[in-house]
Design a protein around this ligand. Structure first.
Ligand code: GSH
Length: 212
């Protein structure tokens, strides 16, 4: 099993947490995003989208972090990352997708590069862009948790789910770009639970072999 990633990529960070939770250790293949290696011919042969992560396994390539994590969940059901009840599963997926579909894509390197090169945004304007969408998205996540009445040590109950696998990398990115989430009590509590969980701690960008 070969996993293509980059230490600071949120989408790769999600997969690393899931691999650790499931006790899977793929061979790591670094793809340096800042050097543009994701657009090399070699890597485009692996993922035509030119995005990481990608996982090669059983003679196939899986792209998209959530597809990789759902494949892991289906092939290695223990410990479960999704609840058994269909409505509860939908809730956990909605939390995860609120980050993976509605916050993260707006922060992508290629989007930011286009805003700078083609739309003329300078660094302060790019910072406003980042903080706006991360701040608004995480505030909505906090409200979703409060309304659900199901948040515990983690986003759903007291064990990690797909929602936390997506949340922790987004909180890392919030810190990196100066988004203050201190007023969000659920997020603060869940962050602490994740930080003290070995699977999350080992997946942190600073602990990866390609960290700079
Ligand atoms: N929806 C995709 C998003 C993948 C993605 O956006 N990856 C980023 C890193 S977090 C990337 O490769 N960016 C390269 C670029 O923008 O050029 C997933 O969840 O895997």
């Amino acid at each position: 099993m070969r996993f293509y990633g980059y230490y600071r990529s949120s989408a790769a960070y999600r997969c690393r947490i899931a691999f650790n939770l499931k006790g899977v250790t793929p061979q790591f293949v670094p793809v340096h995003l800042r050097k543009g290696e994701q657009r090399s011919a070699d890597y485009l042969a692996t993922n035509p989208q030119g995005l990481i992560p990608a996982l090669e396994t059983d003679g196939a390539t899986i792209t998209q972090s959530l597809a990789i994590i759902e494949w892991l969940e289906e092939t290695r059901p223990t410990p479960p990352l999704l609840p058994k009840d269909a409505l509860e599963r939908a809730h956990v997926r909605a939390l995860a997708l609120s980050i993976a579909c509605d916050i993260h894509p707006l922060q992508n390197l290629r989007v930011l590069a286009f805003l700078a090169s083609d739309m003329g945004l300078d660094e302060p304007a790019l910072g406003r862009w980042r903080r706006r969408w991360i701040g608004e998205g995480l505030a909505a996540y906090e409200t979703m948790l409060a309304r659900s009445g199901r948040a515990g040590a983690f986003s759903f109950g007291d064990t990690p789910t797909l929602a936390d696998v997506c949340l922790m990398p987004q909180l890392f990115s919030a810190d990196r770009f100066g988004v203050d989430v201190g007023a969000h009590a659920h997020l603060q509590r869940i962050r602490k639970s994740c930080q003290s969980h070995p699977a999350f701690a080992a997946a942190h960008p600073d602990r990866q072999p390609d960290a700079e």
